[in-house]
Design a binder for this molecule. Sequence first.
Ligand SMILES: [Zn+2]
Length: 185
Amino acid sequence: MDLERVTCGSCGASLDIPESTDYVNCRHCGSSLHVQRTDSVVFTEVVNTLKQHSERLAENTEMLRLQNELELLDQEWQNESAGLMIRDKHGHQSIPGKASSIVGAVVIVLFGLFWTIMAGAMFPPMALFGILFIGFGIYTTSRAYAMAGRYESLKDLHDEKRAKILSRLRTLRPREDSKTSSFGD
Ligand SMILES: [Zn+2]
């Protein structure tokens, strides 16, 4: 194979490269060079200096680390929130809400009061069921309310962490150079 001599466009070192080579890394300064040929001259264009290379590498590593962190965070959130989800008898899950537990409590108390008053007027011992119903209803809905509160604060925490990672990712992404991303890594 014929070799040709080119000069590193970054540090000026002489490099002997095969004539068919278009890209070469300078063995002196580590720059990535694009070999340009015209009819009369061969010269090199610096694609990436070694410093840019390692900066890019560090950024890519940081990006991978952040993406990984994001994935773990989402997984953790899924696990945590699964325990707080409200499951109906068909197995559907819904997000616990403070408002819906308040509505539930109001409905239960109103119904319980109605029952208690009606039973009290007609057959007083049955009024006891109304009172028990109200007590049980308040107990379950206040538990649901507490769950909803826990869900909300967990979600806030998760969203906050997620936003932080995303904003750090955004600061890395724009600097990605599509022209050279497939070369030299
Ligand atoms: Zn060089």
